[in-house]
Ligand binder design. Sequence first.
Ligand SMILES: *Cc1c(COP(=O)(O)O)cnc(C)c1O
Length: 377
Amino acid sequence: MMKKIMTPGPTQVRENVRMARSLATTNPDLDLEFYEYYKDTCELFSELLHTDNVSYILSGEGILGLEAACASLTEPGDRVLVLDNGIFGKGFADFVNIYGGKPVLYTADYRQDFDVNALEEYLKQDHDFKYAAVVHCDTPTGVLNPIETICPLLKRYGILSVVDAVSSMFGVDIDVDTCQADIVCGGSQKALSAPVGLTMVCVSDDAIRAMEQRKTPIASFYANLLTFRDYYKNKWFPYTMPISDIYGLRTALENVKADKEIHQRHAKIAAAVRTAVKEAGLRLYLKKGYCATVTVVEVPEGVDSAELLTIMDNKYGVMIAGCFDFLAGKVIRLGHMGENANVADVTLMLDALDKTFADLGYSLKASMKDVFVREIN
Ligand SMILES: *Cc1c(COP(=O)(O)O)cnc(C)c1O
């Protein structure tokens, strides 16, 4: 049986993306046409983020983009502000440490988005940072941080920004120029709905300049963004590009471009899911700052999350996600991003969830499926 994968990434992949990956290939190192294709694809990615900043597609999963941003900017001894209101946010400290930087954590409530005024007060006292790392949607809690106010604030203090937008991008509109974000990282397998394997980074001139002005060399080859800077001029890539993956990615980007309602649809579905969860008597993990790509629900007393996930998967063929780190066993995560953000699949997921709670002997105050269907129509 084909399972419905309703996790917060990887997501379902549309047939035209799968077909694009099966096209005949050329030698991407030697065929000059591929350099045009790669450049056009990167430019399409930048266009969808509303910017002329340069973008690169790197061969590696989303984590590579985050590491490459940190590797390329961090010099030994650099102070880096790590904006921490979630597991991925805090995780940036590890990358900073690996490359010899000094992470300084700004930790805030994990149950809501950052309060920009509080951050501003903090920065008034201390703003000696080379860059700051911030997560747009921190997927384990589903919090969406206001990068459109955070990044310009950082810029006013001369602090570059690295934004992990892996799980928000294309589910939530991102305007890189308005945000003045310096490095924005995305992944192929979340709302873009291409298979796992690629990361995309959109890099500002300020960020490139900071890399060029380093006193010490970048302590990586694979995660060195400067190795991509002159690929087009020199017709040389630092390593052979995964051409089939990029064919798929291009089609997925074109799907996004053609889908004029993509952001409204995500917002509408997410709002209806939250209403359904609340009317059923379950609790959302967050107090505020909900992202439109994922909904995180507390596992109620008396319910075992592993058992719930197993019934969903084995009996109803719908895969949703639990969580990890301090949230392991405490929440379940409903993914409604990219190709998964459609009424039919979300209805099916909530119907399965209603039935699973019944199987577990837990009575809901309302059917999540019924509330969702009422709200969405
Ligand atoms: C998915 C995701 C990544 C990429 O990490 P993997 O867990 O390896 O897929 C990075 N950042 C965020 C916020 C993500 O949701």
